[in-house]
Write a protein that binds this ligand. Structure first.
Ligand SMILES: *Cc1c(COP(=O)(O)O)cnc(C)c1O
Length: 389
């Protein structure tokens, strides 16, 4: 097992890579699954005589190495780096690649925690930022400050309005300005979209969501294709120290192995729910990139395998009715977060997006967001029918 490398399975199909990349059965015991290496340090064979490059578990741990190898193979990157959370990954990325006095373009509807990181942490450290709509290539180009912009940061689809950014076009805009394109691929997961193959330089994940997939572990990851960028990230991952422990790495890797089958079922169920909601007059609008009337449909169809498990809709009865729908649902659990096997429902205006009320990022008060799980779809449909009242 060599640290972090994508291995011989890198040319295999996605499902094969998800299950085999990053780990060979342990030579000593034959363990088929990467063990949880609950160790902080490693015996050296003479001073500096490391076995497989392991000296201290902040720097590297074999359970984490296996996860990182699998993530690199699935995103078709050269190296992947696992972190204790998505936001820890983002902070390490920003401080590895930017310097005080530089600038980043971020989505005008960025994930709230990402916006807060740029606005309240990186800005104090000296990095300026400008918001732009990811769906508007010209707006992103206009937000770039020539000579100062180091990162163009995109999410696609975004949360909760599922706006879509054209990764290929945005990579060209970033590269023209000498900047790197960062894509937060949390909503699509590597199964539905591989931004590095479309020209992005860095992929960010909150592995807490679809990658882990079981709502039982918090984590993050960065995947890159350039080895020089990889070296800087490797240095910062160790120097800043926000790494996941071996138990968290194990859980995330265990979840990742079934990503393909889970995503297919998330998409199947989401499509059935979208059809149901679109035909129901208690619903005034359904927001899903798979719908032809969604403004990002053509770009999503070009760069995504399917359209994902996130669905938002507006309730015809207004805000009070939207709140009531969230509270009446029983199979859908009323909770924040997303990407797990269980279906979740939430009211973005009062929950995930409460902190942006009164700003440009404010979301409609009658909006409900679903993270569609992999339960029996008829039970989900019956639950929504009941919840709509
Ligand atoms: C959850 C999330 C994050 C932050 O990840 P954490 O694991 O919660 O730190 C970043 N981006 C997106 C799109 C997310 O959904």
């Amino acid at each position: 097992m060599t640290a972090h490398s994508a291995d011989h399975t890198s040319k295999a199909g996605f499902e094969t890579r998800a299950i085999h990349a990053g780990y060979e059965p342990d030579p000593t015991t034959g363990a088929v699954i990467a063990p949880i290496y609950a160790t902080s340090t490693y015996k050296q064979d003479g001073v500096g005589g490391l076995r497989g490059g392991y000296e201290y578990s902040r720097s590297a741990n074999p359970t984490r190495t296996a996860l990182e190898g699998a993530l690199a193979a699935l995103e078709e990157g050269e190296r992947a780096f696992a972190f204790a959370s998505g936001l820890a990954a983002e902070d390490a990325l920003v401080r590895a690649l930017c310097r005080p006095g530089e600038h980043a373009v971020i989505p005008d509807d960025a994930y709230g925690g990402t916006f807060r990181l740029f606005d309240k942490v990186e800005q104090v450290w000296g990095l300026a930022h400008s918001p732009a709509a990811v769906s508007d290539v010209d707006a992103v180009r206009a937000a770039i400050r020539p000579g100062e912009t180091r990162l163009v940061w995109v999410e696609t689809p975004t949360n909760p309005l599922l706006n879509v950014g054209d990764v290929e076009a945005l990579a060209a805009v970033a590269h023209d300005a000498g900047a790197l394109l960062v894509v937060d691929n949390t909503f699509a997961s590597p199964y539905l979209q591989q931004p590095l193959t479309l020209g992005a330089d860095v992929v960010v994940h909150s592995t807490t969501k679809y990658v882990g997939g079981h709502s039982d572990v918090v984590g993050g990851a960065l995947v890159v294709r350039d080895l020089e960028v990889a070296e800087r990230l490797a240095f910062h991952q160790n120097a800043m120290g926000a790494v996941p422990g071996p138990f968290d790495s194990f859980l995330t890797h265990r979840g990742l192995k079934t990503l393909a089958v889970r995503m297919e079922r998330h998409c199947d169920n989401a499509e059935r729910i979208v059809d149901f909601l679109a035909a129901d007059d208690r619903v005034s609008q359904v927001v899903y990139p798979g719908l032809e009337d969604h403004p990002g449909h053509a770009v999503a169809a070009k760069q995504m395998k399917r359209f994902g498990g996130m669905v938002s809709f507006r309730v015809a009865g207004g805000e009070q009715q939207a709140l009531a729908v969230c509270e009446r649902a029983q199979v859908f659990t009323l909770a924040e977060s997303l990407g797990g096997i269980e279906s979740l429902i939430e009211h973005p205006g009062r929950m995930t997006h409460a902190s942006v009320a009164g700003t440009d990022l404010e979301v409609p008060a009658d909006l409900v967001r679903l993270s569609v799980g992999i339960e029996t779809v008829d039970d989900l449909l019956a639950d929504l029918d009941r919840a709509l009242g």
